[in-house]
Design a protein around this ligand. Structure first.
Ligand SMILES: C[S@@+](CC[C@H](N)C(=O)[O-])C[C@H]1O[C@@H](n2cnc3c(N)ncnc32)[C@H](O)[C@@H]1O
Length: 699
């Protein structure tokens, strides 16, 4: 059967990004399944979704590595995507060799210009490689050059095979014209670093920035150019000098390159041996591009270190080897202005760094460049959770990441061992309560059956009854408060009668006073997030959303809704004082105790608000009825239902890259609700916001 031309086009687009067809194929297959063979979605924005998916796939491997999976990590391509897609013409052609820029020089001198995409000041931003016999370089040294010659002792590592000879260079990114001008990669050409073992000589040149480049005949103002020249390889024809030139005008103000050895070490960390960059796919051009990128990135890291920012960048100059993750560059390095969101003193919270955006880079009216925060949790969760940010797109969210609920001020949450009665725990249990023949006291609330299976999933029965309760509340028992805090919030002077609250099905997990261990199957939510998740920009005007990067089985715990614990009174005050985009859009009422005998004051009724302090669940968007997540109340450390946790579980199997959604329970016809809602664009065929009017919402 003839290959599908759309598949071939997709391969070719990814090949241009330097991604091999073998890597593209499995991801493309998954995406086609995910998008119901909708090619338009895949082709949109120069195969942006496909590139994202490949990058995420690579990240999965990194995450597995972090989680103890021995599979070797692949390269970290997000930064590359960011750079590659910032080209002005087609978004995937950034670091191309430009044949027309190759100067006509003597047949002993060849010059490769590897251009980074101009971001704003077109043409000024470039990194060049000059591959040249030594004589030529020497003759171009201007009077203002300062020359350092030092003996270097370098690990011949960088993942390069020692003294390996390249027989065939793959110039897959080179245009036809430049192909004609191939570097002679005949067998005698040695790879960079292959002969730069201990004791070899490195020539390291820096332009004297106090003088102009007299005599060179160049139109460049060298005071704005960083140039380092490195003798890094030789062949029987002579030595090969690589000159790295970096125009400073578009680099971060305090960008600097210290020492080429450091750049090489950085490259080694970024592309370790296990990446096998010299496998059959090896391309000299790609390698040179990577080195250029590394050169600029490394300078940016050093510059970043001089800014006071909270991103977990590792100090490259530390003696111990940095971890791969720490070296990730999340933002393009040019014209960056970073600031840290203020946070008010809680030691449990971590400020999310907010970076002002790079100058807009539109391609045919479409924004394409994107960057990435590698871990929005700043290490507070057991897994990393990345955020994919389209430059020029959605504003970065400003909030402080907290992995668990935190009391704002007046909320009364009484946690004490003394409050946990003997019948509310299983002190005589040992090991795993799920393996015991008789369910322990902690299963009492779920009618003597645990809600979890030994695999840590919700049982079919528990899930079914929760879903049914959500879809058909009228068929389940509801209680009516005498003086409903919700109605009071709508109209404090003459509140309407309570509309009823469902008596929710709770899970009670074992806890500290129980005799079982942390691996007990009745402890799921308290163990925190274990799934691979990512925050991304949705394409349906919903703003940010959350998606899973792995396939999730039905009944899987995803995350809990963590935020500030507020009294209803505090929430009203917040809502009244907030305006515009800082309006509070994330409250969840903890209303399961509202059926208690006593009238609940607004000072006692609790809710969770993730607007300022929250976890990843603050990104989960609403979907009417057929959302894939379900919220379940879970008791962990308190025996009553005044305070409890809201945990999200999957209602069905969820595919990798699928957005995670839950039904906020918005009544789109409740026009009096104090919280203004959004126009629903959930896309569900059961969408309740039929009129798409601006109405009020409740959670
Ligand atoms: C809990 S947040 C979800 C994350 C949010 N999208 C963001 O960018 O931060 C709830 C807000 O997301 C938006 N949102 C969620 N679901 C939506 C939907 N189905 N249609 C339109 N907007 C939605 C609304 O602005 C809502 O107030």
């Amino acid at each position: 059967m003839a290959p599908n031309p759309r598949v071939l086009k997709a391969f070719s687009a990814m090949n241009k990004l330097g991604i091999a067809t073998e890597r593209v194929r499995p991801v493309l297959k998954k995406l086609l399944l995910l998008y119901d063979e909708n090619w338009e979605l895949i082709e949109e924005g120069n195969y942006r979704a496909l590139a994202d998916a490949i990058f995420d796939d690579a990240d999965d491997k990194l995450t597995s590595e972090k989680n103890g999976d021995p599979e070797p990590p692949s390269e970290k391509p997000h930064e590359r995507w960011s750079k590659l897609t910032s080209s002005k013409d087609n978004g995937i052609k950034n670091l191309e060799l430009e044949a027309d820029k190759i100067p006509q020089s003597s047949n002993r001198t060849r010059l490769l210009n590897v251009h980074r995409a101009p971001v704003q000041n077109e043409g000024k931003y470039s990194v060049q490689f000059v591959l040249s016999p030594v004589e030529k370089i020497s003759s171009t040294q201007g009077a203002s050059d300062v020359q350092y010659t030092n003996r270097v002792s370098r690990d011949p590592g960088l993942g390069f095979p020692k003294r390996e000879t390249i027989r065939d260079c793959n110039f897959d990114n080179v245009s036809n014209t430049s192909k004609k001008q191939r570097i002679n990669c005949s067998p005698q050409f040695s790879l960079p670093a292959s002969n730069v073992g201990p004791g070899s000589v490195e020539t390291f040149l820096l332009r004297d920035k106090t003088k102009k480049n007299e005599g060179s005949g160049s139109a460049h103002d060298y005071s704005t150019i960083f140039q380092t020249i490195h003798d890094i390889a030789s062949s029987t024809c002579g030595r090969v000098i690589v000159s790295l030139k970096c125009h400073r005008t578009l680099l971060q103000q305090n960008f600097h390159i210290s020492n080429f050895d450091d750049v090489l070490k950085f490259m080694e960390t970024k592309y370790p041996r296990s990446d096998n960059c010299f496998g059959p796919q090896f391309s000299l051009v790609k390698y040179l591009k990577k080195l250029c990128e590394g050169y600029v990135e490394f300078g940016a890291i050093l510059a970043d270190k001089s800014l006071s920012c909270n991103l977990p960048y590792h100090d490259i100059r530390q003696t111990s080897a940095p971890k791969r993750d720490d070296l990730r560059i999340d933002y393009p390095s040019t014209n960056m202005d970073k600031k840290v969101v203020n946070y008010s003193g809680s030691s449990d919270s971590v400020a999310l760094v907010v970076a002002q955006r790079q100058p807009m880079n539109k391609i045919n009216g479409k924004r394409v460049a994107c960057s990435r925060i590698s871990d929005i949790t700043n290490g507070t969760e057991k897994v990393t959770i990345s955020l994919l940010h389209e430059i020029g797109g959605e504003d970065l969210p400003k909030f402080n990441y907290i992995p668990e609920n935190i009391i704002y001020q007046s909320a009364y949450v009484h946690i004490s061992l003394a409050r946990i009665a003997d019948e509310d725990c299983c002190s005589s249990c040992t090991g795993d309560c799920l393996s015991s023949s008789v369910p322990c006291a902690c299963a009492r609330d779920t009618r003597g059956e645990f809600a979890y299976t030994p695999k840590g999933l919700l049982t079919e029965e528990f899930l079914r009854s929760c879903i049914s309760m959500k879809l058909k509340p009228q068929e389940h028992y509801q209680f009516f408060c005498q003086d409903c805090p919700l109605e009071r919030a709508k109209n404090a002077y003459s509140p309407e009668k309570c509309k009823g609250h469902l008596e929710k099905k709770f899970i009670k997990e074992c806890w500290r006073k129980c005799g079982c261990n942390m691996k007990c199957g009745n402890r799921v939510v308290q163990r925190g997030i274990t799934r691979k998740l990512q925050v991304f920009v949705t394409n349906k005007s919903k703003g940010w959303g959350l998606r899973t990067l792995e396939k999730l089985p039905k009944g899987a715990f995803v995350c809990e809704y963590a935020g500030e614990v507020l009294t209803n009174m505090e929430l009203y005050e917040r809502n009244n004082s907030s305006t515009g985009k800082y309006r509070h859009t994330y409250p969840v009422l903890l209303d399961s105790d509202w059926c208690s005998e006593k009238i609940l004051n607004d000072e006692d009724a609790l809710c969770l608000d993730a607007t300022y302090y929250g976890n990843v669940s603050r990104f989960i968007n609403h979907r009417c009825f057929d959302s894939n997540l379900l919220e379940v109340p879970v008791q962990v450390e308190t025996p009553d239902r005044h305070y409890y946790h809201i945990a999200f579980f999957t209602k069905r199997e969820v595919n990798a890259y699928e957005e995670l959604t839950w039904d906020y329970g918005i009544d789109f016809e409740d026009y009096n609700h104090p919280i203004k809602a959004f126009q629903c664009s959930c896309g569900s065929e059961y969408c309740r916001d039929n009129g798409k009017k601006i109405v009020t919402s409740t959670f």
